[in-house]
Ligand binder design. Sequence first.
Ligand code: 5GP
Length: 120
Amino acid sequence: MSYDENNIFAKILREEIPCKKVYENEYALAFHDINPQAKLHILVIPKGKYISFADFSKNASKDEIEGFFKAVGKIAEEQHLVKNGYRILANHGVNAGQEVPHFHVHIFGNQTLGPMISKS
Ligand code: 5GP
């Protein structure tokens, strides 16, 4: 499977469609999810063209991986999520219901988050 240049997050990175930006560094861009599943729901995406976590963890450089995950931690700090807690999540592939084929981490916070996964 090759990277789809027309996926929605590629368009956001190219600024062809808008986003509510939260954070940006050399390796990552973060913005509010359009359909939030918690009081705070942020998406963090790498700037490189990676389809999923499997692709990113295998093919991204050490600098890209470090820059990306440092950004996730920094955003949690900046959003004042560390004291009360938060959840990060990445869906890979069909079983996980990944919708957008550009690797992303969800950050959920500002509320009690309930069970880790649905039992159904
Ligand atoms: P996935 O299911 O792939 O892990 O998550 C994709 C996420 O992207 C969903 O939570 C969905 O609401 C969000 N999303 C889809 N299209 C857009 C968009 O155009 N803008 C933003 N900000 N989020 C989007």
